[in-house]
Design a protein around this ligand. Sequence first.
Ligand SMILES: NC(=O)c1ccc[n+]([C@@H]2O[C@H](COP(=O)([O-])OP(=O)(O)OC[C@H]3O[C@@H](n4cnc5c(N)ncnc54)[C@H](O)[C@@H]3O)[C@@H](O)[C@H]2O)c1
Length: 452
Amino acid sequence: MGNNRRLFLKNLGLAAAATAVMPSAFSKEVKKADFLKRTSLDLGSNDTLIRLALIGAGGMGVADAKTALSHENVEMIAVCDLYSGRLDDAKSRWGGQVFVTKNYKDILNRDDVDAVIIGTPDHWHKQISIDALKAGKHVYCEKPMVHSVEEGKDVINAWKGSGKIFMVGSQGLSSLGNEKAKELLEAGAIGEINYAEGFWARNSPEGAWQYTIPEDASPETVDWNRYIANTTKRPFDAMRFFRWRNYQDYGTGMAGDLFVHLFSSLHFITNSLGPNKVSATGGLRYWKDGREVPDVLLGMFDYPKTVQHPPFNLSLRCNFVDGTSGSTYLKIVGSKGSMDVKWDEVVLKRNANVASDDPFFAEKAKEGVNSQTDRKQIIAPLETVYTAQEGYKGAHYDHFANFFNAIRTNGTVVENPVFGFRAAAPALLCNDSYYQNKFINWDPVNMKIVKS
Ligand SMILES: NC(=O)c1ccc[n+]([C@@H]2O[C@H](COP(=O)([O-])OP(=O)(O)OC[C@H]3O[C@@H](n4cnc5c(N)ncnc54)[C@H](O)[C@@H]3O)[C@@H](O)[C@H]2O)c1
């Protein structure tokens, strides 16, 4: 029995089962266990001030900035956005001294900015990331790291030559839940992984990306030419600006927006580099508001055998007309059980019918004694719920803790551009598969499409 496995049984309170047979059984029990208090994210010294700028001050950019500023010794210096209303909001939120602009290069030219948060729509991630690295800034870039697979290597190369810290913003993989799932999988808690699945279910206009358009939206308040400077030229269109997720020039559809979170967590938990086969299907079923992307999407993926894991399959779905609305999950299934993984909870379900790990029964079996007599066995709890301790600040906080700590110590982050691209690529390839109506082969090691 490996150390990890012994530790796992011990943590389940079953160390005794590994060495002796006790005259009681406690199957059917649902066991509750707190996560161990986090020690891996100790911040060390935070006495170096980090001066931040935000580029793209909409919903997520502001949420990122608020989380960033909840850390010690972090200051907001400057904000860039293309809509005047968001710049006004930034000043009232963070004070009149904050420099505001509609040109992100004004921010990159400032010596007093150490790091930038990029919260723009997806089609600007690559260029702003590269320009920021070139200007000597650390980067926290929202997911998906890039808008198309072709852009991935450019960001990776820019980062590799920069000496700067680059974190991609799939915050879930910094959660206690993801860490616990990784530890449990490694310890053999569900046996060998063979399947995983995840979904996002929504059923509201907001959930389906029909955001409110401000009344003053106009070419006077929105810098439209800058918005479309790197894509198809079109006349001003407030829908394309404020509901950018619905259009291929700016967004990456359900897969780029949501599947990417599930890929990030799954790759973190399994140490996987990604699938080698990607397929997607779906359709536009309900939200027929001129959008160019489906509102129901299913993806299927083959993960090849690697030194990190056995071969397994993944199935993902996203439904914006889902009557069960409001739920999302990631389930990892193995030969001995499964785990439902959330950011602050892991529910481990073990199958009582699988062969016992108990060495006593193993010995008896060797002696030819039938262990399946009416003698009762000790069986691990069928369901164990691991929950984060009260007061847990959450994945988003932890993700920024990791980013700031890496800046201060010249350390590493959990989601660098190589990891970020390996999570983004299969998501983006879902769009290629859907629109081209074919399977896509992907080389997750060398991060390139394999032509068929
Ligand atoms: N990590 C997460 O959980 C999470 C959640 C939501 C969104 N996101 C990501 O965050 C990004 C922003 O999404 P959102 O929901 O906040 O969108 P949003 O529309 O609310 O905000 C985007 C902002 O970027 C501004 N902008 C557009 N182009 C710009 C440019 N060239 N320079 C400066 N500003 C520009 C817009 O004016 C807008 O205010 C997306 O990439 C999205 O995928 C991540």
